[in-house]
Design a binder for this molecule. Sequence first.
Ligand SMILES: *[C@@H]1O[C@H](CO)[C@@H](O)[C@H](O)[C@H]1NC(C)=O
Ligand SMILES: *[C@@H]1O[C@H](CO)[C@@H](O)[C@H](O)[C@H]1NC(C)=O
Ligand SMILES: *[C@@H]1O[C@H](CO)[C@@H](O)[C@H](O)[C@H]1NC(C)=O
Ligand SMILES: *[C@@H]1O[C@H](CO)[C@@H](O)[C@H](O)[C@H]1NC(C)=O
Ligand SMILES: *[C@@H]1O[C@H](CO)[C@@H](O)[C@H](O)[C@H]1NC(C)=O
Ligand SMILES: [Zn+2]
Length: 306
Amino acid sequence: MKTSVVIPVVLAQAATVSAWGKLGHATIASVAQQYLTPNTVDQVQAMLGDNSTTYMGNIASWADTFRSESGNGWSSGFHYVNGHDAPPPESCHLILPEDCPPEGCIVSAIGNYTERVQNKKLSAEQRTQALKFIIHFLGDITQPLHTEAFGGGGNNVTVTFQGYKTNLHAAWDTSIPNAMLGISPPTYAANITDADFLGWANNLAAKINLGSYHKDVRKWLRYHALPTNRKGAERAAAAWAQDSNEEVCDYVMKVPGNQLNGTEIGGDYYQGAKEVVERSIIKGGVRLAGWLNLIFDKHTGFESWH
Ligand SMILES: *[C@@H]1O[C@H](CO)[C@@H](O)[C@H](O)[C@H]1NC(C)=O
Ligand SMILES: *[C@@H]1O[C@H](CO)[C@@H](O)[C@H](O)[C@H]1NC(C)=O
Ligand SMILES: *[C@@H]1O[C@H](CO)[C@@H](O)[C@H](O)[C@H]1NC(C)=O
Ligand SMILES: *[C@@H]1O[C@H](CO)[C@@H](O)[C@H](O)[C@H]1NC(C)=O
Ligand SMILES: *[C@@H]1O[C@H](CO)[C@@H](O)[C@H](O)[C@H]1NC(C)=O
Ligand SMILES: [Zn+2]
């Protein structure tokens, strides 16, 4: 019965290295695809060597696989920034650069890879890797718990979600998004299909184009500006991280983490969380599209958005 011991350990590790799960990351990437300019599409598809309809969704979780492979631990800290605020909900505020350690955080990583993807002195392989990191990190930065230190970003807050034992961080990464689409089980073990994330991205794009999110697009792109060098990118990423961190006080840990600890969050808490997840995924998609358009086509592509 040795394997019955080994398997849960492996699964537990997989859970702690996740960010938005596959569904969240692939949906953000697919929302972004809808707003890329033709020039950007050509260059991104060429760099990724993928002309399929899911060319960005296919690699959106690559950085999570990469960091879990041996020797790549150096990239783990690039997926988040630990906001050492007063424990939420008392106050949520990132202090930069203090909250970003010398080894790096998601803010410095977005600066680094935005510079590297454009650096013609690097090999094609290095620039492609930078692109894949950007597609992933502009997703991670909208997951509120990727900007919060309390309880290890919620990883140490044990909860159940509709009966499944998990933690607050993993619930936001995977359980809540899966449940929103009726995908079972609400854990990373669920099989996510292309139809799942393409379908969700289409629904979200309709809401962006015609619905209540339309008026927010310009606000979300406020920090999108040329030149997209390291400094400019870090400034933008710091603002995006701060925006996510505020969601921690507004909703995610409005009930303090130590009170959420040990509770079932698949009921009322889930009902309120859906809206935050939807807005975060949409925001990530819009920002990613505008960012890639700036990098590859020198404009956001949203100039005529009214
Ligand atoms: C994608 O399409 C372009 C333009 O048609 C072509 O040059 C390229 O070889 C295609 N790439 C792949 C991986 O099929
Ligand atoms: C920038 O990216 C390279 C390549 O992944 C990495 O080796 C380096 O540590 C990164 N630098 C910073 C400051 O994040
Ligand atoms: C949550 O509860 C568990 C078990 O009682 C405990 O080990 C853990 O430290 C608690 N986490 C937080 C963030 O208080
Ligand atoms: C979370 O739990 C892990 C494992 O028990 C521990 O190493 C870590 O210090 C904890 N983090 C926080 C912020 O409580
Ligand atoms: C996911 O797919 C694999 C391979 O087809 C299958 O073995 C597994 O049972 C599926 N898991 C779920 C939760 O449906
Ligand atoms: Zn990640």
